[in-house]
Every structure is written in structure tokens, then in C-alpha cells.
Design a protein around this ligand. Structure first.
Ligand SMILES: [Zn+2]
Ligand SMILES: [Zn+2]
Length: 839
């Protein structure tokens, strides 16, 4: 039997407000005032205060097709009537449209698909639903929720990697609500579709929950897995309706349509109630401390978060502080306790703690209990808390640094908020261009979302292998190829035939390779590198092969699940890095050389003296050395050479060329030109994640006063993944917004000649030299001036077109090619953020 609590959470209904601990806390605005009392105006780190007014709910009537039993069960579980967006989406799905619900955290997106899906199951005792979740925690919640709402004949069940073999057959035969994930569809269900045929011919709905999780290369693979699913269902006579749930993002219909491969209608008007909150943007001031090339450094976000946590605990406000690394979370808690002790508030010390993921369920329950009763007042946590723990209704949330996407930011902020009283959220910017931009541009945080979920199903590295999978399931026909990308897919098929992987027959293209196609939808091609603890021989995990040279080279400081290690040796041949645990006072940064050549130009926009392009590039990258840098300041302590082979990456890029007139107008002389372009490149890489769901570590860049392939001054930003992931193309599509944000970030930074908040990059292969901050602003001004006079791109121009024949042969074909990557593929494996560690 499921508890009411978990049912409520899985139906996305905000949890019950917590009981008030003795005393209670002030409402958000008063709390903020209390925190700032004693700060003089010059020193005020608050850059903006935004009031989020409480929003009342907008309810709608139950659609008349929703049966009384379902309504009754919902009413019993505290849902007397649906919100307007739930009904709007449910009606669309019921009428047969693919639909995406993109509304806020905890706005009840589940009901939007549960209404039509459960109704279909009740109306037709043979109908089935496939539900896909990106995380196990969400899958478990969903099972509990459906079990509570559905009639017993539905038998909801999980079919994932954890499902015991002996249960799988039962699930296939009897469950009518199958909770699974794209990996399992790809490896388990679709290749064995004959066994699944009785389910697949009866699928009425496919639910894709938290669909914004499917982005970049992985998301592009998932897009094809869904196309394969639709094709196989069609073969068995089913045309399921897709219902997707997304965080609020820019253009959800476009993103969802790309994922599913069919038009999708978006529902974005949120009818759920929201408690009021005061949201403060906070930027720590510059200090006397200096970093690379004497750049001034800001006080760290962690230091300010610790101060805020201590202040809030003193105000009796139950507070969560989100910090990016576990070590950071521990030091924020420690520092907050030290502050309390120094203020003679030793009585509060035991009420501050830190939390990381991986605790046992009973430990998590204990933490929930302690926070809800007020035994604990302040907890510093990593993002692990985003999932799997039931805490909401807090007085305050502190975000120490931007968590990477607006969706995560709102998820974290959503932990605060109580029915009767407004809460406080403080976003503390780190010393980084994107954080700096957000701290000064509240519209980017509170306005219409600008961040899009980006995928690129036309990536030949994804499309080729996926067409092999599809052909192995059922021979491919011309008609099928329309779904997989039309002309692009036709060209891919031609190559696969030439490689001997597909065979042409009168009835279609057949898989002709050995065994089954072995395609890893989470990998980018290069073999992963194992991380082994030398003393024990224990396998700690793996890192992406593409990123290994930059992240686990010999001597690298490597962070694994919040623990730090130093790499004794990277063995490239054996794809293995031997490490030992160590927490030195330094971090490491790889130095590399990058050589970039343009393979093809797909699109060009002439903007007077400036031209923008997008297309395919070859990047040759070699990690040649690494530096030890002091934690916190980034001061270079020593540099060590490395002997690693160069690697090739074929990917997609966006680039700008500037002719002589542009350079004259920007008033940069020959000496200043390389530094101006380089600084503009760094800042633009830092800001692209504002508009595309990527990380600056997903991108690489090159700038040069004269590029041999363009014959002009050139700035290139490229995707750090083989074949591209859609980020560079998104940059081309939103060039003006992107460069305006870049220009604003550089121009508004108070530093004199460049710092980590504007033009310095933590992953520069050239040691952040040369950089010309003022020159970068003038160069960007010229580009923006030309863009201001250019006509808007048409919808057609925004569509991705691609030249075929850009994918090296697949493994298993006649000429295997190793394609590895560049400095920009360190996504998710970056070292500890110095700003998280220092006080
Ligand atoms: Zn600066
Ligand atoms: Zn650089």
C-alpha cells in the first residue's frame, strides 16, 4: 500500500506545509532585510530583488470523458479538481495530438497524462501505456502513483535493468502500464519486438516524463529510439499518442517535436498555485586577492553561502544551501558552524549539517524528519538532493552558483515556499561569465525562458548507428526514412551500404553486419577509460574516452562522486587510469594545442563586414602539459609536460569572420587583434549555455587573426562531441541574443583587464594569454551593429540542413577510424570548482 505522502508527491502536488518549529522565521523580504542589516550600501552584494507573487490556482472542470472511479480516487488523494493546464493537455492527448506540458516544478504534470492514459486503459481492457523516465527515483514514484489511481487490471510494473529475469516475462504478458526507460527500449524491447508484439500493438500512449533530460548526443539517440518505437508500433497497427512532460524551457514544442520526430503541441499556461517568494540575486564583491595574470578575484560563492546559511539559521529559518561539490557542501556547513561559534551561538552549531547523495533510505528519512521538525535548521547539500528526498516548504534556499540549467535552478528554488508565508531564495553568483550575467540580468532568470533543450538527430554519428539498429529490427523502406531525417537519412543509408553494414533488397535495406548492432546510446564512440585505485585494485568508475586526456592525464586531480584522487598514470593503450586518494591544496588544468580546419560550410549569413557560418570542422587536439593551480585563486604553481598522442574530432561549429572594414571599425590594431578575438571567444563560450542546455565544458573554441581556411580574422565555437550535439547550430540560430549577452557580460564586469567573471576561461589551452577585454567589447559591438541591420532569420533558415558523407566508417566496417575529441569534452567530469573550496 502506498502512503498518501508519496502519492501526493508523484502526482506533483506540493507536499503538505511543514509544521512550524518553535518560533518560526520571518517572511522572505524581512529575512533579506535582516541579512543585509549592517552591510553598507557600497558593499551590498544584492544586484536585484525579485518578488514572485503568490499565484492562485486556476481550476478547470473534469472533462466529461474522465470516469467517476478515477475522479473519486483523485478526490480521495486530495485532488478535488484539475488545474487548467492539466485539462488542456489531457484534452489534446485525448483528441490524438502529441502534446508536451511545459509548466513549473510541482505543477502537477503527471495528471495531464494520467487522465487520458488511465481513461484509455479503463475504456479498453486490452490497451497499454509505456511510460519512460530518466531516473529510477521518478520511475518508482510513478509506479506508486499509478498503482494508487488505476484499477487492479492495469498492474503497473517496472521493466528496467533491475527487473529480475523471472519477472520480465510476467511484465510483458500482464502489465498494462509499463514503466521503463529509453535504454531498455533500445536494448531490450525493440530488438525483441516479436516477443513484445502483443503489448506493442495495443500501446495507446507513450509518456516521456522529464523530457528535458534528453539533450545533447544522448538526447539525439533517444530521439531515434522513439522514432524506432513509433515505426515498430505502426508495423503492429498501433499509432500511440506521445505525451511529454518538460521543465519550462524556450520553445518546448520544437524541442519535443525533434525528440519524437513528429509535430507536438505545447501547453505552457500553468494553472497551479504557487506560494510567494522573494528572490535575490547576489554577487560577491571583488577582493584584494589576485589570480592568473593578476586578475582580481571575487569572494567565493561558497564563502558567501556559508555566511548566509549562518545568518539564516540565526534567524530561525529552515534553509537548504545547494553547493556544486560534496567537498564544497561540507566546507559550507563547517564554515557556517564556525561563524555561529564565533558569534557565541554554540547552541545552534548542532543544527547545521551537510548532506550528499548515496545515503541509505533510513538516513534520508531521518534527514527529512530532522528538517521538518526544525531539529536541523541549516543543511548544505550537493545537487544529489534534487532527487529522491522529500523536502519542501522551507523558509529559505541558497544557491551557491548556477546549477547549470534554469530547470535545475527552479527545481532547487522550489524547495522553498510555504502556503501561508513567502520564502526567500538567494542565488549567489560564482566567479564565472554565466553566473555574472545572470546576477545582472534578472530577465534571463525571471522572464520568458531563453534556454532551449537541444538535440541533433541528424548527427551522422548518431543517425548511422541508429539506422543500423532500425534495419536490424525491421528492414528499412524509403517511407521509413522520411521519419529518420529524409534526405540526410537516405545519404546515410547509401554510406552504410557502401560499408557493407546494410544490404539493398527489393523489399528494403537489411542489416548485413555481424551479430546485432552494438550501439551505446550514452557514449560518444571512444572507449571509456577505467579509473582504478592503485592500492586496492578497486574499479572506481569510468570516464568518457573523449574526455580522458584532459581529465585523467597523469598527474591530474580527479573528482569521483565528490571524493578527490590524483592520477598516478594514464595508460592510453589499456584505457585505464590508476589513481590514489589525495586532497591537495591545488587543482590541475590541462594545456592543449588545437588545430582546426573547416570541412564544409552549410550555411552562411553575410552581415556586411562580418559573416556568420555554420558547418563541419575537423579539430586536432593534443594535451601537451598540465598546470597545478592553487585552489581558490587559480595561481599557477608549476607546469609539467605530458606525452599524449593527438586526437581527431569531426564536429559542427559556428564561426564568425571579420573583414578589414570590421577590424578598422573596431579600432583594434594588429597587436590587439588576437587578444580581442580570443577574449570574445572565451566569453561567448561561457554564455552559450544560457541559450542551449549545455555546459561550457561541452564546447571548444579557436580564434585567430588569420585563419588559413577563411582568409580572415575568425572566431570559432564548436561542439565538443563527435558529429556535434546541436549546440553550435543553436548558437548560429540565436546569434544576436547570444552575442548581446556575451557583450553585456564583458562590458559590465568591474575588473580592469579581464577576470574569471568575464573573459578568462578555466580551460584555456593558452593559459589565458593573450586576452584583450576592451578590444573584445569593440569587436562584439561591430558584429552586433551588423546584426542589428540584418533581417531576421526565417523559420526555414533556422531548420538544420546537413551535408551528408561526414561520418567516418562505423566500427565493424572495413576501415575503422578512431575519432576522439578535444579540450571541450570534459562535461560533467570537471575538477572541483575552486570557488567552491575556498574561504
Ligand atoms: Zn572581469
Ligand atoms: Zn583560450
Amino acid at each position: 500500500m502506498t502512503s498518501l505522502r508519496s502519492v501526493q508527491r508523484s502526482a506533483d502536488v506540493p507536499p503538505e506545509p511543514m509544521p512550524d518549529p518553535a518560533g518560526g522565521a520571518l517572511p522572505g523580504t524581512d529575512l533579506l532585510e535582516a541579512l543585509l542589516s549592517g552591510t553598507d550600501a557600497d558593499d551590498d552584494p544584492v544586484t536585484h530583488v525579485h518578488r514572485l507573487p503568490a499565484r492562485p490556482s486556476r481550476l478547470a472542470a473534469w472533462p466529461d470523458w474522465v470516469g467517476a472511479p478515477l475522479r473519486d480516487r483523485l478526490a480521495e488523494r486530495g485532488v478535488p479538481a484539475p488545474f487548467s493546464h492539466q485539462v488542456e493537455a489531457a484534452e489534446l492527448a485525448r483528441a490524438g495530438s502529441h502534446v508536451v506540458v511545459a509548466t513549473g516544478t510541482a505543477s502537477g504534470k503527471s495528471l495531464a497524462y494520467q487522465l487520458p492514459a488511465l481513461t484509455a486503459l479503463a475504456d479498453d481492457p486490452r490497451a497499454c501505456v509505456l511510460y519512460l523516465a530518466p531516473t529510477k527515483a521518478l520511475a518508482r514514484d510513478q509506479l506508486a502513483s499509478v498503482a494508487a489511481l488505476a484499477d487492479p487490471s492495469v498492474r503497473p510494473a517496472a521493466y528496467d535493468g533491475d527487473t529480475p529475469m523471472e519477472e520480465r516475462e510476467w511484465v510483458r504478458r500482464h502489465s498494462r502500464w509499463i514503466v521503463t526507460n529509453p535504454d531498455m527500449l533500445h536494448r531490450g524491447v525493440l530488438p525483441a519486438h516479436q516477443k513484445w508484439s502483443s503489448t506493442l500493438r495495443r500501446v495507446a500512449y507513450v509518456v516521456v516524463d522529464e523530457c528535458h533530460a534528453y539533450r545533447g548526443v544522448f538526447g539525439s539517440h533517444v530521439g531515434h529510439v522513439l522514432r524506432r518505437l513509433r515505426r515498430i508500433c505502426r508495423r503492429y497497427g498501433a499509432e500511440p499518442v506521445f505525451v511529454l512532460a518538460s521543465a519550462t524551457v524556450a520553445d518546448p514544442a520544437l524541442a519535443a517535436g525533434r525528440l519524437v520526430g513528429a509535430p507536438v503541441t505545447a501547453v505552457t499556461e500553468d494553472g497551479s498555485p504557487r506560494p510567494g517568494a522573494t528572490f535575490a540575486l547576489w554577487e560577491p564583491p571583488l577582493t584584494e586577492r589576485t589570480g592568473e595574470h593578476g586578475a582580481p578575484l571575487r569572494r567565493s560563492a561558497a564563502a558567501d553561502a556559508a555566511g548566509l546559511l549562518a545568518d539564516l539559521v540565526e534567524q530561525n529559518a529552515r534553509t537548504l544551501a545547494f553547493v556544486r561539490s560534496r567537498r564544497g557542501a561540507e566546507s559550507v556547513a563547517e564554515q557556517a558552524r564556525a561563524i555561529l561559534r564565533s558569534r557565541g551561538r554554540g547552541d545552534l552549531v548542532s543544527r547545521v549539517d551537510s548532506y550528499r547523495g548515496g545515503y541509505l533510505p533510513e538516513e534520508r528519512r531521518e534527514l527529512e524528519r530532522a528538517l521538518s521538525t526544525g531539529d536541523l535548521l541549516g543543511v548544505a547539500t550537493t545537487n544529489a538532493l534534487e532527487l529522491g528526498i522529500d523536502i519542501a516548504g522551507l523558509d529559505a534556499v541558497v544557491l551557491a552558483g548556477y546549477p547549470g540549467t534554469l530547470a535545475s535552478m527552479w527545481q532547487q528554488a522550489g524547495r522553498a515556499g510555504r502556503a501561508q508565508r513567502e520564502s526567500l531564495v538567494v542565488f549567489v553568483a560564482r566567479d564565472d561569465p554565466l553566473d555574472h550575467y545572470l546576477a545582472h540580468h534578472p530577465r534571463a532568470v525571471f522572464g520568458r525562458p531563453v534556454e532551449a533543450t537541444v538535440t541533433d538527430p541528424a548527427n551522422p554519428y548518431v543517425l548511422g548507428p541508429q539506422l543500423c539498429c532500425a534495419a536490424a529490427e525491421l528492414p528499412l523502406t524509403h517511407a521509413d526514412l522520411a521519419d529518420f531525417g529524409g534526405e540526410v537519412a537516405e545519404a546515410q543509408v547509401g554510406e552504410l551500404v557502401a560499408e557493407g553494414l546494410l544490404r539493398t533488397r527489393p523489399t528494403g535495406w537489411y542489416w548485413a553486419g555481424r551479430g546485432r548492432p552494438d550501439v551505446d546510446i550514452r557514449g560518444s564512440g571512444a572507449a571509456p577509460v577505467s579509473i582504478v585505485e592503485g592500492a586496492t585494485g578497486r574499479l572506481l568508475g569510468t570516464v568518457d574516452g573523449d574526455a580522458s586526456h584532459a581529465t585523467v592525464h597523469t598527474g591530474a586531480l580527479y573528482v569521483h562522486r565528490g571524493e578527490t584522487y590524483v592520477v598516478d598514470e594514464l595508460d592510453v593503450e589499456d584505457a585505464c587510469a590508476v589513481v590514489h586518494p589525495e586532497s591537495p591544496e591545488w587543482t590541475t588544468v590541462a594545456r592543449d594545442t588545437v588545430d582546426l580546419s573547416i570541412v564544409s560550410t552549410d550555411r552562411t549569413r553575410r552581415l556586411g563586414a562580418v559573416t556568420a557560418h555554420t558547418g563541419v570542422v575537423d579539430v586536432t587536439n593534443q594535451v601537451v602539459a598540465y598546470q597545478r593551480r592553487r585552489l581558490g585563486t587559480g595561481e599557477v604553481l608549476a607546469e609539467f609536460p605530458l606525452d599524449l598522442p593527438p586526437r581527431q574530432l569531426r564536429t559542427r561549429a559556428v564561426w564568425l569572420t571579420l573583414d578589414e572594414r570590421a577590424i578598422d571599425r573596431a579600432d583594434v590594431d594588429d597587436a590587439a587583434l588576437p587578444g580581442s578575438l580570443h577574449a570574445a571567444e572565451h566569453a561567448s563560450i561561457g554564455l552559450l549555455p544560457l541559450l542551449a542546455t549545455c555546459d561550457r565544458w561541452d564546447l571548444g573554441g579557436v580564434s585567430t587573426a588569420l585563419h588559413p581556411d577563411t582568409g580572415a580574422a575568425t572566431i570559432v565555437v564548436y561542439d565538443g562531441h563527435p558529429g556535434g550535439a546541436g549546440f553550435a547550430e543553436r548558437g548560429y540560430a540565436v546569434l544576436r541574443d547570444w552575442l548581446q549577452a556575451t557583450r553585456a557580460t564583458v562590458a559590465s564586469c568591474e575588473c580592469e583587464s579581464g577576470c574569471p567573471s568575464c573573459v578568462q576561461s578555466p580551460k584555456c589551452g593558452n593559459g589565458n594569454d593573450p586576452l584583450d577585454k576592451a578590444g573584445a567589447v569593440r569587436v562584439l559591438d561591430v558584429v552586433l551593429d551588423e546584426l542589428a541591420h540584418a533581417p531576421e532569420l526565417t523559420a526555414e533558415e533556422l531548420e538544420v540542413t546537413r551535408r551528408p558523407a561526414l561520418r567516418p566508417a562505423l566500427p565493424g566496417a572495413s576501415t575503422p577510424t578512431t575519432t576522439e575529441a578535444d579540450p571541450g569534452t570534459e562535461a560533467g567530469t570537471a575538477g572541483p570548482d575552486p570557488a567552491d573550496l575556498v574561504f
